[in-house]
Design a protein around this ligand. Structure first.
Ligand SMILES: *Cc1c(COP(=O)(O)O)cnc(C)c1O
Ligand code: SF4
Length: 346
């Protein structure tokens, strides 16, 4: 057994384990876990013990998950946008392919909370054949985004098989993998995995870090291995109340990611997913954080702040408003310090 499989085998998945590790009330955890699975790797557990609340909230079940009157099971309308099972075709030139229902950790705020970790998200050979047929018949698709669950929870051989068969389709130019393992299970990133992945360039990986305390030596090692395999790395961070909802924390995270050669790609407003209401921040809070970051830290460290519009309408960029007026032939605006400026309209 490799060390990442060992790590998963030793993960906490039930209320007794949680009670033992973090002194959590087992009765409370039981009901939540019955509905939404839990998995906390020994690696992430150690980080929780060091960094406390911001990491604990991401991983440890909370009773409020069962008391959310606002959220929807499928806020992005993914089920309606799937021409074949596990393939979501929302944009003209790219699709999302869900190849695994497993994750190293079940994030309590996950948009696919309804599906991950259970039987609801399975990717069979039959599903894959149907997806390949669809992609062969739909040459407008130039990019396949492989996600889940977490694709890196598959064995190297299965992942290689998926990548190879996708690469046989000539109209597919770009393959992008979404994985949280560099953050939650960094030992998953091995030289063997990287040697396999680099056969399939242009291959991109978008990972998912939410807090600077997640940028450990182990995470650095994982990102270095991937970057050295020529894989451009991006990060999709979710804006979460009590985890990272301040410019100070996010500035630290984004600058730290750049040092690991990971480009902050998206800062995502938390989706309207049932069971995640306690994580959601007001839209204005995100806009204010963006205003504080833009101009004060490297432009490379500043991601786009986006909202994934309900019912599959797609991601919408949210930008603080710098324009104050357009009048008498002038664009009136403020700069990053709030100083008024002006520029001719034509
Ligand atoms: C987010 C998403 C993508 C990728 O969008 P980008 O803006 O290219 O990162 C593709 N398909 C679906 C269904 C998505 O939700
Ligand atoms: S790793 Fe991603 S898909 Fe898995 S639970 Fe976390 S947010 Fe959801």
């Amino acid at each position: 057994m490799t060390s990442w499989q060992e790590e998963l085998k030793n993960a906490i998945t039930n209320s007794a384990g949680l009670a033992c590790a973090l002194g959590y009330d087992p009765a409370a955890a039981e009901a939540i876990i019955a509905r939404y699975p839990m998995r906390i790797t020994p690696y992430y557990l150690e980080l929780i013990k060091k960094a406390g609340e911001p990491l604990r909230r991401q991983a440890v079940p909370d009773l409020r998950e069962l008391e959310d009157p606002v959220g929807m099971e499928d806020p992005l309308g993914e089920e309606n946008l799937s021409p074949v099972p596990n393939l979501v075709h929302k944009y003209p030139d790219r699709v999302l392919l869900l190849v695994s229902g497993q994750c190293a950790m079940y994030c309590r705020f996950c948009t696919r909370k309804r599906k991950v970790g259970g039987e609801a998200l399975r990717f069979s050979e039959e599903h894959f054949v149907a997806a390949l047929d669809y992609l062969r018949n739909t040459p407008s698709v130039r990019e396949v985004l492989i996600s889940g669950g977490d694709p890196l929870l598959l064995a190297d051989e299965r992942l290689e098989d998926i990548l190879r068969r996708l690469r046989e389709i000539k109209s597919i130019e770009i393959i992008r993998i979404g994985t949280r393992t560099p953050c939650t299970l960094p030992m998953r990133i091995t030289p063997k995995l990287c040697a396999m992945l680099r056969q399939f360039h242009p291959l991109y990986i978008n990972t998912h870090f939410n807090h600077p305390a997640e940028l450990t030596k182990e995470a650095e090692r994982a990102c270095t291995l991937l970057a050295d395999a020529g894989i451009p790395l991006g990060c999709q961070t979710v804006l979460l109340k009590g985890v990272n909802d301040s410019a100070e924390v996010l500035g630290k995270l984004f600058c730290g990611l750049l040092r690991l050669r990971v480009k902050p790609y998206y800062l995502m407003q938390a989706d309207l997913t049932k069971g995640t209401g306690h994580f959601r921040t007001p839209i204005k809070a995100g806009l204010e954080i963006m205003r504080q970051l833009i101009g004060t830290v490297s432009g490379m460290a500043v991601p786009k702040f986006v909202l994934d519009a309900p019912s599959g309408k797609g991601k919408i960029p949210l930008t603080p408003d710098y324009i104050t007026a357009m009048q008498e032939g002038r664009l009136e605006f403020v700069n990053f310090q709030g100083l008024p400026c002006s520029y001719p309209l034509e």
